[in-house]
Design a protein around this ligand. Structure first.
Ligand code: AMP
Length: 371
């Protein structure tokens, strides 16, 4: 499939080109035609696959020329993702007179009410803030024709299941629903059964195989006490310029970044405990190559859209197989190469890496400790 096969309106086609999307990604090739046909879909795809455009392009095509009442609702787990998705809509909607607002907690609800009153075709929202706006009667859902649940697994993990059920129950029944999730659990399937039409189509691009052909994966067996000096040495030796370090908790992330900085490796920690505007500034600094090392937690990293990450380091071993995939999937996007290094501090972790290798049919090579 090519973008031109989709027969999109000219302005949208131009915007896609201007955004630099020449060739559709796998999920786009598989799911875009279905979504354009207004099928309900469950799409199993992770961040970085180009999944946003799978709903953004058809929504813009369908909403062209319609008046500005809220007709599409995109529900996302985090503020970062809300901003990112809204930006994608803005970029792809250039010159088409389609308006899109992002609403989420931590910002003035009154300002957001004002935005909504101006008439937004598309609203991108986090569940909590959306519930709040609904309860106050500040958002109308009666004209909704399209609902997108983005990163549904993450929203479930964050405890938004009931909120989502409630919101879906308040949207008109005559609508197209699109569910995106990196992992598909029984809970998600049961939600799909209740809220998506019976002829819904399941699209999977992430099956068993990890889309990591371009990622060189390594592990190092480390003494926990030496983890930090090894980390600092690795970053310096490999002259890493855009490196994401994963820790399990916010506290560890703060500690690691402080210790790295003391060892003359400029690093910043970023996690959910920081104010939204502080997080945004840090992400911008990282994007603009002003901060070479970001130390983070799983919760925050999922939604961040940062291109060209050269290295991923698992300072703390990921809790689940899927987490490993999400983490390392942050590098080597769209044909670029990247490197992922996992620290193992005990035999169980090494064994778990073996499981990961066989489940995802991939290879993780041992690196010998350098410090
Ligand atoms: P997503 O998975 O939607 O977060 O997309 C990840 C990144 O890929 C974003 O920066 C998109 O702008 C970019 N992207 C999406 N589709 C394409 C494409 N067909 N070609 C190149 N880049 C793309």
């Amino acid at each position: 499939m090519d973008f031109s096969d989709l027969k999109l309106n000219e302005r949208l086609a131009q915007a896609i080109q201007a955004k630099g999307y020449a060739v559709p990604s796998e999920v786009q090739a598989k799911a875009l035609p279905l979504v354009l046909e207004e099928k309900d879909v469950i799409v199993q795809a992770r961040t970085g696959t180009g999944k946003t455009a799978v709903f953004a392009i058809p929504l813009l095509e369908k909403l062209a020329g319609l008046k500005g009442q809220t007709q599409a609702l995109v529900i996302v787990p985090t503020r970062e993702l809300a901003d990112q998705v809204q930006k994608e809509f803005v970029a792809l909607s250039k010159g088409q007179g389609i308006f899109c607002a992002a609403v989420y907690g931590g910002q003035s609800i009154g300002v957001q009410r004002g935005l909504l009153n101006k008439g937004q075709h598309i609203v991108v929202a986090t569940p909590g803030r959306l519930m709040d706006l609904m309860n106050r009667g500040w958002i109308r859902l009666d004209a909704i024709k399209f609902v997108v649940l983005d990163e549904a697994d993450k929203m479930f993990d964050m405890g938004f299941r009931d909120d989502i059920e409630f919101i879906l129950g308040r949207c008109p029944k005559q609508r197209q629903t699109m569910l995106f999730s990196a992992t598909i659990s029984d809970d998600i399937l049961s939600m799909a059964e209740h809220h998506l039409r019976p002829d819904r189509i399941f699209v999977n691009v992430s099956q068993d195989k990890l889309a990591v052909d371009e990622i060189n994966q390594f592990y190092i067996s480390v003494d926990p006490k030496k983890r930090l000096s090894i980390l600092a040495a690795l970053i310096q030796d490999k002259k890493m310029t855009k490196c994401l370090v994963f820790c399990r908790t916010r506290r560890t992330a703060d500690w690691v970044s402080k210790q790295l900085t003391q060892r003359r490796v400029p690093a910043r920690s970023i996690h959910g405990g920081l104010e939204q505007n502080v997080r945004q500034r840090i992400i911008e600094g990282f994007r603009a190559d002003k901060i070479p090392v970001l130390v983070t937690t799983d919760l925050l990293a999922r939604g961040m859209d940062i291109q060209d990450i050269s290295h991923i380091i698992n300072f703390d071993f990921p809790k689940e197989k899927e987490t490993y995939v999400h983490r390392i999937g942050r590098t080597a996007r769209f044909g670029k190469t990247g490197e992922a290094i996992t620290f193992c501090t005990n035999v169980m972790e090494i064994q778990e890496l073996e499981n990961i290798q066989s489940s995802f049919r991939t290879e993780i090579i041992e690196l010998v400790e350098t410090a």
